[in-house]
Design a protein around this ligand. Structure first.
Ligand SMILES: [Zn+2]
Ligand SMILES: [Zn+2]
Ligand SMILES: [Zn+2]
Length: 358
């Protein structure tokens, strides 16, 4: 189960006692969407069949309207909630055209993948100096550096510079003994969402989960690792173990869970299907080392041990990695952004004779 975080538990009130169903589309469109269980699948399908996108939007409209109405009736400390509709294609295009101009990213479009976006150096540099991103928030602020920043030259500060110098990114909640620290105490400190419940540390698992992992410890072996499920929240691969090779039915079960976006770190898989996953895991847990050995490495791509990223791994020619190979024979994959955060590569098997530089 996802832990309820931030305002989720409050929003949940609006979801009580409500039945949702979209209106039916024409038979041909309904046929296209049969067995498409995730929004991603629907989106892919819509990119190939003109008309489906609009038809699906129309059919979802009553659901969205009902939900928006219910959320709009909520208040928190007498403040009514504001409900937004998703941004339109036009708004995305407008924003993208600014990004393309300022960050020399001519190739970016609405179809770009997160890989394309991450590969755009100037944009990443801009985000680093102007934005703050946490699991539930994204904030952006002008940098007041009109000398070198092309965006802030084009669109300079409109408020007093002194006043702007006193502005900081909004903090995430940080607990204290009784409740949460005051905003005033946290404002102007480093923004961190390390206190969100889904990042709880390994000592706080449910007794049932601890017991389940203990019971299955003989299955959690590299020779019994059969496949992975990707977490719908953090995208890390989590290993699926089984005593025997997966049969058709088990493969189908995994496919179903994955397609429904139904797996998050720490969730189980159906008890009676002969498959097990570790339960004492949160999205903060590293990728299990078994991922890098035994059965799985032959058919699964290497990924960063900290975040699961598969696309921006430091390669062997990276100076830092090269240095480590002088002392160690095994170095677990590490991605560029985890390295930027100051994380060290995990090493294994110290070399007995150090290679001498000549
Ligand atoms: Zn700037
Ligand atoms: Zn996760
Ligand atoms: Zn990483």
């Amino acid at each position: 189960m996802n832990p309820a975080e931030r305002c989720m538990s409050i929003l949940n009130y609006a979801l009580q006692h409500v039945a949702l169903s979209r209106t039916e589309m024409t038979e041909s469109y309904e046929r296209l969407l049969k067995n498409k269980s995730s929004l991603n699948a629907v989106r892919n399908c819509a990119s190939k069949s003109p008309g489906l996108r609009q038809a699906f939007a129309d059919s979802m409209d009553p659901v969205l309207q009902l939900m928006n109405e219910r959320f709009a009736r909520m208040k928190l400390k007498e403040e009514p909630f504001t409900v937004y509709r998703g941004v339109s294609d036009e708004e995305i295009d407008n924003a993208l055209s600014v990004v393309r101009d300022v960050c020399h990213a001519e190739e970016l479009s609405r179809e770009s993948s997160s890989k394309d976006v991450k590969g755009c150096k100037d944009l990443q540099g801009f985000l680093k100096t102007h934005s703050m991103s946490t699991h539930y928030s994204f904030q952006i602020m002008k940098c007041n550096d009109e000398e070198t920043c092309s965006y802030c030259t084009m669109s300079p500060l409109r408020m007093d510079a002194d006043m702007a110098a006193d502005l900081y990114f909004l903090p995430c909640p940080v607990p204290n003994d009784q409740h949460y620290q005051n905003f005033e105490e946290l404002y102007d400190t480093k923004v961190t969402d390390e206190h969100r419940p889904s990042l709880k540390t390994s000592t706080e698992f449910d007794d049932d989960d601890v017991e389940s992992d203990r019971r299955n410890r003989d299955v959690f072996k590299s020779g019994k690792a059969r496949d992975v499920l990707y977490c719908g929240e953090c995208s890390k691969p989590r290993i699926v173990y089984s005593n025997s090779k997966l049969d058709r039915a088990q493969e189908e079960i995994l496919k179903q869970i994955q397609e429904n976006g139904g797996y998050t770190c720490g969730c189980g898989v159906p008890e009676d299907c002969g498959l097990v996953v570790r339960k004492c895991l949160t999205c903060a847990s590293e990728v299990e080392v078994i991922y890098y050995s035994g059965n799985l490495k032959h058919f699964l791509p290497p990924c960063c041990i900290y975040c699961g990223d598969r696309e921006h791994l430091l390669d062997d020619s990276d100076e830092y990695i090269e240095q480590l190979y002088e002392d160690y024979s095994v170095i677990r994959p590490l991605c560029a952004s985890c390295r930027d955060k100051g994380l060290d590569a995990k090493t294994w098997v110290k070399k007995f004779f150090k290679k001498r530089k000549t």
